[in-house]
Design a protein around this ligand. Structure first.
Ligand code: SF4
Ligand code: F3S
Ligand code: FES
Length: 248
């Protein structure tokens, strides 16, 4: 059975904008993205929204629903009451392009700043050998769909534009942790995580983990272990001595 759903949607562009009210038909089993599409088809053909797979796998349809960072295609209408006004706004941490579409290039810039996987010199194709336990450790991180909801949520940048330069954000600190856990990666990751990618900004509030649609335990399995590795290196007396003797 269908009903008239009440939506409040942010409309605007780089110059500014505001919330507009719409009443749209909602049917059983639909998700918020279905309603946005019906709105485009019937009342607002110029409403901008980014999407691709409608299956929670491309990471394109990220926005905020009633203030919570969400994938629009995975947010079921059945989670709201029929008389509730559902507010949909663009991700707050990134600049708006138009309506629900934001410019997420901050994330691509941060990705580029990370040194890629660096195997030991001389290791040829076919010579990579890893234990299954090492494969499994990082497999969870490879589920990331790059929706950037964690990046949007982390308070270090959400309300602090000035921190963006120095902080890679949870998604990319997780990538650094993944590479540091890789037994064949020989790049220096710990000092750079702390000094260049802003690991120290993270005070483990776990908001990133809470919003991850892939249920990746970003904080517990990537960021905290990475912090521990940084601390171990810094305060391990043998490492300290080695640094004193050999890194002058
Ligand atoms: Fe999205 Fe999770 Fe990847 Fe962050 S870690 S970009 S929330 S899938
Ligand atoms: Fe931010 Fe996640 Fe750390 S929300 S503060 S990166 S635990
Ligand atoms: Fe692909 Fe929502 S449209 S994740």
């Amino acid at each position: 059975m269908g009903y008239d759903a009440k939506f409040r949607i942010w409309r605007g562009d780089t110059e500014g904008g505001g919330l507009q009210d719409y009443t749209v038909l909602a049917n059983d089993g639909e998700v918020v993205l279905d309603i946005i599409h019906r709105l485009q088809a019937t009342q607002a053909p110029d409403l901008a929204v980014r999407w691709n797979c409608k299956a929670g796998k491309c990471g394109s349809c990220s926005a905020e629903v009633n203030g919570y960072p969400k994938l629009l295609c995975m947010t079921r209408m059945s989670t709201f009451t029929e008389d509730e006004v559902i507010t949909v706004t663009p991700m707050r941490t990134f600049p708006v392009i138009r309506d629900l579409v934001t410019d997420v290039s901050f994330n691509y810039e941060k990705a580029r700043e990370i040194q890629s996987f660096t195997p030991p010199p001389g290791l040829g194709p076919g010579e990579y050998r890893m234990k299954q336990v090492d494969v499994q450790r990082s497999q969870e991180f490879r589920k990331c769909i790059e929706c950037f909801l964690c990046q949007n949520t982390c308070h270090v940048v959400r309300d602090h534009e000035e921190n963006k330069q120095a902080f890679a954000g949870p998604r990319y600190l997780m990538r650094i942790a993944e590479l540091d856990m890789h037994p064949l990666d020989v790049a220096e990751r710990r000092d750079t995580a702390q000094n260049e990618h802003g690991l120290g900004f993270c005070n483990i509030t776990k908001c990133c983990t809470d919003v991850c649609p892939e249920d990746i335990k970003i904080t517990d399995n990537a960021l905290i272990p990475m912090k521990e590795r940084v601390v171990d290196q810094k305060y391990d007396p043998l490492v300290w001595l080695g640094n004193k003797l050999f890194r002058r």
